[in-house]
Design a protein around this ligand. Sequence first.
Ligand code: AP5
Length: 222
Amino acid sequence: STSGPLKVMISGAPASGKGTQCELIVKKFGLVHISTGDLLRAEVSAETEIGNKAKEFMNAGRLVPDEIVTAMVTARLSLEDAKEKGWLLDGYPRSSAQAESLEKLNVRPDIYVVLDVPDEILIDRCVGRRLDPETGKIYHVKNFPPETEEMKARLITRPDDTEEKVKARLDIYKKNAEAILSTYSNIMVKIDGNRSKEVVFKEIDSLLSQVHRDEVKLVKSV
Ligand code: AP5
C-alpha cells in the first residue's frame, strides 16, 4: 500500500530523543522535518498571533489547542517539498483528535516509530537539555556538551524544561499515547531509546531503509 517518497512519524515521551534522531534521519534520508514543537517555538519567538496564543500553553507544559496545531501541520504538509522528498512528522499527532484529522485527509505514514525511555531518565534529559538558537542543534550539559566555549555561551534553556513541567508534559503524553497508538498499531515499531544515540539511529536507519526497499520493489513490480 506504500508508494512514493518515504513518510515517517516519530513519537515518544518528552526528551525521548525525537529531535536528536530527526537530525540524523534528515541527514541520511533527506526528508522534510516537520516538528510542531519547533514550528511553535518559531511562532513564539517571532511574536506572531499563533505564537502569542500558543505561548501560555507551552510554558505550562500543556498541549496547544488542536485547531492551531492542525492548521499549521496541514499547511506545511501540502507544500511541494514535502510531497517530493517525503516527510518526517515529529510531535504530531499528539491527541486522538489530531490523529483523526490526518486520517480524514488521508495522510498516513509508512511507519510509526515510538522511542521508549524510562521516566527517570527523561527528567534528567530535559533538565540538562540546551539549544543552540543559531543552528537549532540540541545539546545536553552532560551527555552532549557543546564543542566550543563560544557555543556554550549562546546556548539557551527551554522554559518548559523544569522538573515540574516535564512531569506535567509526561503525564499528558501518557494520557494520549494509547488513543493515538490504536490508529497506527499495524505500522508501529517500538525502539529502546535508552541507548546511545548512534545505536538508536542504527536501528531506525535499518527500519527506514527496509521500508524504502519495499517501496522500490513495489514500484518496479507495477
Ligand atoms: P516538543 O518540542 O515536541 O516537545 P516534547 O515532545 O516534549 O519533546 P522534546 O522536544 O522535549 O524532546 P525530544 O524527544 O525531541 O528529545 P531531544 O532529542 O531534544 O513540544 C513542546 C511543546 O509544544 C508541547 O509541550 C506543547 O505545548 C506544544 N506542542 C508541540 N506539538 C504539539 C501538538 N501536536 N499539539 C499540541 N501542542 C503541541 O533530547 C532531549 C535531551 O536528551 C537532549 O538534551 C539530548 O541531547 C539528550 N539525548 C537525546 N538522545 C539521547 C541519548 N540517546 N542518550 C543520552 N542523551 C540523549
